[in-house]
Write a protein that binds this ligand. Structure first.
Ligand SMILES: NC(=O)c1ccc[n+]([C@@H]2O[C@H](COP(=O)([O-])OP(=O)(O)OC[C@H]3O[C@@H](n4cnc5c(N)ncnc54)[C@H](OP(=O)(O)O)[C@@H]3O)[C@@H](O)[C@H]2O)c1
Length: 277
């Protein structure tokens, strides 16, 4: 399969943060070479940087990008997607693979724009930059096992690639894992601030915070057979310090607060989807 991917040309339409993360991840594999990657962008600055940094090919012309790519990754913001696609929709060839990263742009909208293409919605998150992403995807044809293998082989260097059962699951993954990365940083800032209030300088407070999150995450990751609750119980002795803190977290209904934040993010995603219809 890697042989198949090796020969594919991959075009990124839009060369912003997520495209750059994915390009970097792809180039870390031994089956995607810079000459096989092409990127286009609205303004030229990012293209110049990408070609200097990674030696990939670039073009200011989206139509040319589509014509020269076997796999097109749509990596513009959701609100820019329709304007980017409409003028060039005819340039896509039959059965061309098109991978959309656009949050909120559901499969029926993509199918209407590109009815002849093999379509994938893919939802990465920023830890993909270091190969620790959670990447969900959905295909417009459930039976297309060749496309399934292509997506999994192509993006496994970015992290865990998970096939979703439907749009609902993909959107839940987006909230919990893509936006969720931002939510985790919010928590980390609370930890860091609290340590700084106890006279740690910012650098040390940051290091202590990050290592606590990394340590807990790696411990959970390396103890897959042990439920999270059990790992938590091992920290908390009866009537002890951790138990007092946990009890307070429950009394303050932190779970409810987080749940409401997740629902708000999901609602915003539905609003974007509605506006793009
Ligand atoms: N960032 C994340 O964590 C994340 C996670 C999951 C999914 N996504 C999805 O990834 C997509 C890209 O997000 P991002 O964070 O990478 O956004 P971004 O940094 O703003 O990148 C978007 C790029 O698209 C370019 N662009 C806009 N219209 C264009 C057009 N007509 N033709 C060519 N290029 C055009 C922009 O060019 P300019 O330089 O001229 O502005 C910009 O460089 C979004 O759909 C988002 O939903 C992002």
């Amino acid at each position: 399969m890697n042989q198949y991917i090796k020969s594919r040309r991959i075009g990124f339409l839009g060369a912003g943060n997520m495209a750059q993360t994915m390009i970097r991840g792809l180039l870390e594999t031994d089956f995607v070479v810079p000459e096989k990657i092409l990127a286009s962008n609205r303004t030229p600055g990012k293209l110049q940087k990408l070609s200097e940094q990674y030696g990939i090919r670039t073009t200011p012309n989206n139509e040319e990008l589509v014509e020269q790519s076997d796999i097109v990754v749509l990596s513009v913001k959701p609100q820019d997607l329709l304007a980017a696609l409409e003028p060039i929709a005819r340039s896509f060839s039959q059965d061309q693979i098109v991978i959309s990263l656009a949050a909120g742009v559901r499969m029926p909208v993509l199918e209407k724009l590109l009815p002849e293409c093999r379509l994938v919605r893919l939802m990465p998150n920023t830890p993909s930059l270091i190969g620790r992403g959670v990447i969900g995807y959905l295909m417009n044809d459930d039976e297309d096992s060749a496309l399934e293998s292509t997506v999994e082989d192509l993006f496994s260097s970015l992290g865990q690639v998970l096939r979703m059962a439907d749009e609902d699951q993909l959107e839940a993954l987006m909230v919990a894992c893509s936006s969720g990365t931002g939510f985790v940083f919010e928590l980390m800032m609370y930890w860091q601030d609290w340590l700084m209030e106890h006279d740690f300088d910012q650098e040390t407070a940051r290091r202590m915070t990050v290592e606590t999150f990394v340590g807990a995450s790696l411990l959970a990751s390396q103890s897959e057979q042990i439920p999270l609750e059990e790992l938590q119980n091992r920290v908390a002795s009866r009537k002890g310090v951790t138990t007092a803190g946990l009890q307070s977290m429950r009394e303050l209904e932190i779970e409810r607060a987080l749940r409401i934040s997740f629902e708000k993010a999901a609602l915003r995603n539905s609003e974007i989807a509605r506006d793009l219809k």
